[in-house]
Ligand binder design. Structure first.
Ligand SMILES: [Mg+2]
Length: 382
C-alpha cells in the first residue's frame, strides 16, 4: 500500500470515528432523541484498527438497532418486568403477614405499602425502559433522516411510540398493590442548537448563564416536553397523577430532570425521593400546563430502580472512569441485579456505547485478549 492510500485511509478512519462520536453524542445528549444519557465526554481513541468496516458508524447504528428490534431484546424486556413484578409480589406477601418491616397503611380506602414507616416506591426511567424508542431510531436510519428534537417529539406524539411489552402491566401492578411510581426522565424541554440548519434566527432558549442556544420544543409545539410526556404516558395506558388521565393515580409521579441545571445525573432526584424534600424542577415550568416549579416529596423506600442505562440506577456508574472498570463495578454489585436494580436492553445509545467509544474499541478488545499471557483483566470476574 502506498503512502497516499495510507494517508487517505487514515483520514477516512478519522472521519468515521468523528461521525460515530457525533452520532453517539447526538443520541446520548438527546439533541435528536430528546433524552440526555450523561456520557463521559468521548474522545476518539487514536489507534482504532483501519479495517473494521467501510463505515463503522453506520454499521454500529444499523446492527445495534436491528438487535434492539429483535425478539431476543423484547424477551429481555418482558423478563425484566416479570422479575420486577415478582419482587413486588414478595413485598406484598410480607406486608400481608406483617413480616420484615412491611406493613399496609390504609389511606382514603386505598392500601399503600410501607417499609419501616416509609412508603415503598419504584423509580423508573422512561425512554427504552418503559417506552420503546427504537422505531424512532430505525426511521431516522432508514430514511437518512436527522436527529432533531422536533423529529423526536413528532415520534413521541405518533402512534409509533409504544410502551415496552410488559411496561404498562408493571406500572399498573404497582398501582394495584399500593407501590408508588416515580417516572424520572431526562426528556427535558431542550433548545435546538442554533448551528443546526433551519433553526438560525429562532427565538433564543437561554442557558443558566443567559447564553442563548436556540429555541425549545415549546416554541415549536406550544407544549413543554413535560406536558407532551404526560399526554403520551396517559395515551399509552400508564397511570399518572394527571387528572385528565383515565388511569389517574395520585402516586404515579412524573419528574423531569432539568439537564441544563443538573446535568444528566438523576442522583439529585433519587436523593430527594429517598430522603424527602423540595425538588426544584427547573425552567420552563411557567409554560407548562401542569408541572410545578417545585415538588414536595416525602421520604420513600426505593424498592427498585428500573433503567436501560446504569446512570438510571446509581451514581457509582456515572462516576466510573472507563468501560472496563464499569464492568468490574457491575460484577461487584452482583447481589442487586434483578432484585433492587432492573436493567433493560439498549444496544443503540447511552452509556454502554459512549464508554466503549471513549475507551477505544481496539483497546477494549485487546484488554480482553485471552491469548495475552500477561493479561490480568479477567480478575474482574473473580
Ligand atoms: Mg432510558
Amino acid at each position: 500500500m502506498n503512502s497516499d492510500s495510507l494517508v487517505s485511509k487514515s483520514l477516512n478512519r478519522k472521519r468515521i470515528i468523528v461521525c460515530l462520536l457525533i452520532c453517539v453524542s447526538l443520541l446520548s445528549a438527546g439533541v435528536g432523541i430528546g433524552y440526555f444519557i450523561g456520557a463521559k465526554p468521548s474522545e476518539p481513541h487514536p489507534t482504532e484498527p483501519l479495517g473494521y468496516a467501510a463505515n463503522p458508524a453506520y454499521e454500529y447504528m444499523v446492527g445495534s438497532t436491528a438487535w434492539q428490534m429483535s425478539a431476543e431484546a423484547h424477551a429481555l424486556m418482558m423478563q425484566g418486568f416479570h422479575l420486577a413484578e415478582k419482587n413486588i409480589d414478595e413485598m406484598v406477601g410480607f406486608a400481608d403477614k406483617e413480616l420484615n418491616g412491611y406493613r399496609w397503611v390504609e389511606n382514603n380506602g386505598e392500601k399503600k405499602l410501607y417499609l419501616n414507616g416509609k412508603r415503598v416506591c419504584v423509580v423508573c426511567d422512561i425512554d427504552d425502559t418503559l417506552v420503546d424508542g427504537v422505531h424512532y431510531t430505525a426511521n431516522i436510519l432508514g430514511k437518512n433522516g436527522e436527529w432533531t428534537n422536533k423529529a423526536f417529539t413528532d415520534f413521541v406524539q405518533s402512534e409509533g411510540c409504544t410502551a415496552l411489552p410488559g411496561a404498562v402491566a408493571f406500572a399498573n401492578h404497582c398501582k394495584q398493590h399500593g407501590v408508588a411510581v416515580f417516572y424520572v426522565t431526562n426528556r427535558y424541554d431542550q433548545g435546538y442548537k442554533l448551528t443546526e440548519d433551519g433553526y438560525e434566527g429562532q427565538e433564543g432558549y437561554k442557558k443558566a448563564d443567559g447564553t442563548v442556544i436556540g429555541s425549545s420544543t415549546f416554541d415549536v409545539f406550544g407544549k413543554t416536553m413535560y406536558d407532551i410526556t404526560m399526554e403520551s404516558m396517559a395515551l399509552l395506558g400508564f397511570p399518572t397523577n394527571d387528572s385528565k388521565n383515565p388511569n389517574y393515580w395520585e402516586d404515579a409521579i412524573l419528574l423531569v430532570n432539568d439537564t441544563k441545571l443538573n446535568g444528566s445525573s438523576k442522583e439529585g432526584i433519587r436523593i430527594a425521593i429517598a430522603e424527602g424534600g423540595t425538588l426544584k424542577t427547573g425552567e420552563r415550568t411557567h409554560e407548562s400546563n401542569a408541572y410545578p416549579g417545585t415538588v414536595d416529596i416525602s421520604s420513600h423506600h426505593i424498592a427498585m430502580l428500573l433503567g436501560d442505562d446504569l446512570n438510571d440506577i446509581s451514581q457509582i456508574f456515572s462516576d466510573c472512569e472507563n468501560a472496563v472498570d464499569r464492568v468490574a463495578l457491575t460484577i461487584d454489585n452482583i447481589e442487586n441485579w434483578g432484585c433492587k436494580w432492573i436493567v433493560f436492553p439498549n444496544s443503540v445509545y447511552g452509556s454502554a456505547a459512549n464508554y466503549a467509544a471513549q475507551y477505544g474499541y481496539s483497546n477494549l478488545f485487546e484488554k480482553f485478549d485471552y491469548t495475552d499471557p500477561d493479561g490480568s483483566v479477567w480478575d474482574i470476574y473473580n
